[in-house]
Design a protein around this ligand. Structure first.
Ligand SMILES: [Zn+2]
Length: 505
């Protein structure tokens, strides 16, 4: 049992920007503004000009329902928008269209890895609202001389996922955030890598005292640090005999401290009232059809990986913890079978992909994919991983060779993806890897040893020889593999291939 010595209670409000939608929540402006100049994706609606009328984006409501269902929430019978009145330069019409007592969904939960095993975090509700513009302060927020405003973000569809204060440490809060991002990623409703895609408000109290709300933290790492700082701050207040007051604080990411901004507003300060330009929506009927479209979610995929592939729960958890790795793993299994006509041992693949490749990337602090412009590249193309595992299976290369090759691919400044392999050609992944080992002197060329090995390979593998003569180019790979095996990986694959070709006439 986790004791929770400081009586920490953390509740999180996460704003997820539904940036995979094509248009904003109440107008037709494009959401694809991230590489464009400020204030270039705006119209009278998202600028809040007088007389402009909002029209609800149906796809945004559908995405919000999808998220609610994935978090085990009940989709409400009907939903309604409200005006939340406040004046701030990021919101030119002086109110934000949001929701109040009729959110999209409520009463859900998510299971996280808690301080003492599985821990349930209840979801209070998920509601929609429009994103305000983005303020860029010169210097720091408390000393800034001027502020710039970019309204490209204004009117982006946001979903605010509000948890109950069920987290008992910043670590649990971080796990909750990671789980939330993981689920959102699987649902394909938001690209978390884009600026401002996920922002966190953290409510923290200790020892049953008043809570402080830290607003607008833009990264999960920042959120964890802000919470750690805030707990120490509140403990110090209590130690000096003071009282923690309910207030809104700002996290200064550069200095890693929280600063008091204003005393906490109460709901009545905002003068909520129903948005007269948007009719209430009856949405309970939408839910069944949307439920049908839900993809396999992380927990389900993790269980399937354990059952279907017989891999450990740790491997399954790590691989399914990021969609890109889960897909990569299954792609490698499939490609291997397609390429070599036999099944790859899923446990062997999980060990190499998770422990070696992912482990090496975690160590380097890099990711499996990276973007150049809008194109996604892989740091290590799956063909290389398939070939390395094939060589290991054939004992063509040693484990150390394999680790060396993965590191070498990761060292490439532009990533292995730039050397897009071409099957059955001099530019195949197999050749690239063999040449790499040869270049480093890890493969030795010994003329007559390779000759003998090639002769033996031909005698001992009549089926491959017959296949090759029948026109199956791939059968030659098996013979090359046999030569490599016989020479304990020290032969040059290209030379072996040439010698084999010569001997096969
Ligand atoms: Zn607009």
């Amino acid at each position: 049992m986790y004791e929770n010595p400081d009586g920490v209670m953390i509740g999180l409000e996460v704003h997820v920007q539904l940036n995979k939608l094509k248009t904003k929540i109440f107008c037709g402006c494009s959401t694809d503004y991230h590489n464009d100049p400020p204030n270039s994706h705006v119209c009278p609606v998202c600028l809040g000009l007088p007389g402009s009328m909002p029209v609800i984006n149906k796809k945004a409501v559908e995405a919000a329902i999808k998220v609610g269902l994935a978090f085990n929430c009940t989709v409400e019978e009907r939903t309604q928008f409200y005006r939340k009145n406040y004046f701030y330069p990021d919101l030119p019409k002086a109110f934000q269209i949001t929701q109040y007592d009729f959110p999209i969904s409520s009463n859900g939960y998510v299971i996280i890895e808690g301080e003492d095993g599985e821990h349930k975090v209840r979801i209070n509700r998920a509601h929609m609202e429009e994103d305000p513009g983005r303020l860029v302060h010169e210097g720091t927020i408390d000393k800034s001389k001027y502020t710039l405003i970019d309204y490209n973000r204004s009117g982006m569809a946001l979903l605010e996922i509000v948890s109950e204060p069920d987290m008992r440490s910043p670590k649990e809060a971080r796990r909750y955030l990671d789980k939330l991002r993981n689920i959102i990623e699987y649902l394909d409703v938001s690209d978390a890598d884009l600026e401002g895609a996920m922002r966190v408000d953290a409510n923290i109290s200790i020892m049953g005292g008043q809570r402080a709300e830290i607003k607008n933290i833009s990264s999960f790492k920042g959120a964890e640090r802000a919470m750690l700082f805030e707990i120490v701050r509140q403990k110090n207040v209590l130690r000096r005999g003071g009282v923690v007051v309910q207030e809104t604080r700002h996290f200064d990411e550069a200095r890693e401290i929280t600063l008091s901004m204003r005393s906490k507003e109460e709901a009545h300060d905002y003068r909520y009232f129903p948005e007269p330009d948007l009719v209430p929506l009856k949405i309970s009927g939408w839910a069944p059809a949307i439920k049908e479209t839900l993809p396999e979610l992380p927990d389900a995929r993790r269980m399937r990986f354990v059952e279907q592939y017989g891999i450990t729960d740790d491997h399954a958890k790590s691989l399914t913890g990021e969609l890109v790795w889960a897909n990569y793993y299954e792609d490698v299994l499939k490609s291997y079978e397609n390429e070599y006509g036999e099944k790859l041992d899923p446990k062997f693949a999980a060990a190499w992909i998770n422990d070696t490749l992912k482990g090496e990337m975690n160590y380097r602090g890099t990711s499996l994919t990276f973007k150049v412009g809008s194109v996604t590249h892989y740091a290590v193309n799956k063909e290389y991983t398939v070939a390395i595992i094939r060589f290991l299976n054939l004992k063509t290369i040693t484990k150390n060779n394999a680790i060396y090759l993965f590191r070498k691919l990761l060292d490439e400044p532009k990533g292995g993806d730039y050397y897009r392999p071409v099957r059955n050609s001099p530019d195949s992944a197999e050749n690239y890897l063999m040449l790499t080992l040869e270049k480093e002197g890890l493969l030795k060329v010994e003329g007559d040893i390779v000759e003998t090995a090639a002769e033996e390979a031909i005698t001992e593998n009549p089926q491959s020889v017959a296949d090759y003569r029948a026109g199956k180019e791939k059968a030659l790979n098996a013979l090359v593999g046999a030569v490599m095996k016989k020479t304990r990986g020290r032969a040059d694959a290209r030379t072996a291939r040439e010698i084999l070709l010569e001997k096969l006439g």
